[in-house]
Design a protein around this ligand. Structure first.
Ligand code: AMP
Length: 318
């Protein structure tokens, strides 16, 4: 793993720096990318600093807008990915047309794809690592920089609820808050849902199946999504809902895509689920992962595996 100083030296070297993050972005993907880009733009006004994606920000455009990029921009450029553990999930495949690649991430380093990397899978958010980097290297952190970083940390810590949240997280957000950002506005932007999304959350609660082990699942079909006028990205607002039930320990939310396959969300309060996700074209964190299922048979198999892991967890924690 490289040090912050080594990464900073690379940044100093290159006239063009292009920042990438993962597809289907969440607040941490967009926030870590935007926070780093905005700070570097302030520090190095003569450099060309671009944020690349695939027009997939959806309802999260309030965090950041992408820049148009062409292959020519990558000539002699430094490319930095944030919050992206594997190449398959890097949004915009031009990322490998640059001169040098750096990865800054908090997912387990299952695919060390970059020439230089800073990966800390104990960090609750990539945005926290970016904030640490900016403070360590005395780079500018004003309101415009702090805003997306704070959003990323709020998003990936589940509003400071998940176990990776530490005293250090609060020290970082204290400094970000001191810039004068509107933390109420950020929290509302992350938490508020449309009436239709609230109805979808209600249908997850209504149709969720809970196994005696404490493993639970809900399936959101295209029919349900169409009826409510909610797209599959917006359906992500339902993913944490099952965890509010005391008896639920680990759960899957399956969201049917237009082609009939399923995006799979795994969440857990204890059983490790990223190894299960890895078996189904996915991965992620120990307690929050994502994957893909080709059909209902794979959906059933995925949930059966979750039940097994949850039972084993219960036995080990009796
Ligand atoms: P999600 O359920 O989509 O909110 O994702 C939960 C976590 O798993 C996030 O940290 C994602 O970056 C990660 N993740 C989601 N889908 C995948 C995938 N197909 N491959 C690897 N990691 C994933």
């Amino acid at each position: 793993m490289s040090t912050f100083d080594e990464i900073y030296k690379k940044i100093e070297e290159y006239p063009t720096i292009i920042l990438h993050r993962h597809t289907s972005p969440d607040p941490d993907a967009l926030g870590s990318q935007a926070g780093l880009a905005r700070s570097l733009k302030k520090k190095f006004p003569a450099k060309k600093i671009l944020c690349a994606g695939e027009n997939d920000e959806g309802d999260l455009v309030w965090i950041n807008h992408m820049d148009p990029v062409t292959k020519a921009d990558y000539q002699g450029a430094l490319v930095i990915t944030t919050d992206t553990g594997n190449t398959a999930r890097i949004a915009n495949k031009l990322y490998d047309c640059g001169d040098f690649l750096i990865k800054i991430d908090h997912h387990p380093d299952v695919e060390p794809y970059a020439e230089m990397s800073y990966v800390d899978d104990a960090a609750p958010a990539a945005s926290q690592i970016v904030a640490d980097f900016l403070y360590a290297e005395n780079l500018p952190v004003d309101k415009a920089v702090a805003y997306p970083l704070y959003a990323g940390i709020v998003g990936d810590t589940g509003r400071f609820m998940y176990p990776e949240t530490t005293e250090h997280t609060f020290n970082v957000v204290a400094k970000l808050t001191a810039t004068g950002i509107n933390i109420t506005e950020i929290a509302r932007n992350i938490s508020d849902v449309t009436f239709e999304q609230a109805k979808l959350q209600a249908s997850v609660m209504e149709y969720m199946q809970v196994d005696p082990s404490g493993a639970a699942y809900a399936i959101l079909t295209q029919k349900t999504l169409h009826k409510l006028g909610v797209n599959s990205e917006q359906a992500s607002c339902t993913v944490s809902s099952p965890g509010r039930i005391k008896d639920v320990i680990a759960w899957n939310v399956f969201v049917e895509k237009e082609d009939g396959t399923f995006r799979v969300h795994y969440r857990s309060k204890g059983p490790v689920i990223n190894e299960l996700a890895a078996k189904h074209d996915g991965g992620g964190h120990a307690l929050a992962s994502g994957a893909n299922a080709a059909d209902m048979a794979e959906v059933k198999q995925i949930f059966a595996e979750l039940v097994e892991v949850t039972k084993k967890y219960n036995e080990d924690h009796e």
